[in-house]
Design a protein around this ligand. Sequence first.
Ligand code: BEZ
Ligand code: FE
Length: 295
Amino acid sequence: MSIDLTEDTITKEVQSTFDGCPDPRTRELFVELVRHLHDFARETRLTDDEWVTAMDFLARVGQVTTPTRQEFVLLSDILGLSVLVDLINEHHGPHATDSTLLGPFFEDERPRVPNGADISGGLPGTPMFVTGRVLGPGGDPLAGVAVDTWHSDGEGHYDVQQEDRLHGQPAMRALLTTDGDGRFWYRSIAPRFYPVPVDGPCGEIMQAAGRSAMRPEHLHFRLHADGYRPLITMLFRRDDPYLDHDAVFAVKRSLVVDFAEHGPGTAPDGTEVGEPFQTVDWTFTLTPAARERRP
Ligand code: BEZ
Ligand code: FE
């Protein structure tokens, strides 16, 4: 162990403390983390006060984090790290539906419902009819695919953000299964754009930067089929004002779709609707599980 370390020698010294790490990947991750952290401090000439502020910030991120309030994940989201990791790892191939973030509002506790079900939980809002089809890479319909969907209400709130109103009752989320023709369909209420949580330390960053905290209107999907890579994705409303300013950088052009507006009339499932309603129709394509990942 050297003493009298300098700005120029300390990085190698700290990196060498990982030489004995038996797992090569753990060693690589820490050696590179030290390199980038030290370079960051040197290049920005980080001051004592700034370092104290950063440590206090991270402590507060930890303090507000709970199983349902993932401020560390949100920090990763607003710094673009979550999407970067998804981009590095999730190559479903040129013909497959693009993936994007899971987000914090997926819940294991969700009702399994038959196709055609109304999953709104009785909440008020503009009726929305979603129809989807799931295909394999050759265009073959995939039957029996587990399709999770979840979304906000017309004021941008998920069910888990409405404890007082819903008392833990799930709404606007469900697990469906594709039929023999690869199709799934359900009724719900239309979602709306919403801000990511800004009442914690991440809100301070967004405010300091004068950044928008908004996420454009979207529906979440998670598709699981035997023999295929799981797909986590979202569909975004084409005419949403926040498409180009998503606070978490998750929008992909290929996932921007029409949320069609209709006057009162017949819905895609044959239901007569006495008020304006919306329809969303999309085809998802999955990749076989064995597909080689890009290096
Ligand atoms: C969401 O889409 O539900 C979401 C994703 C990242 C941060 C906050 C919300
Ligand atoms: Fe969302």
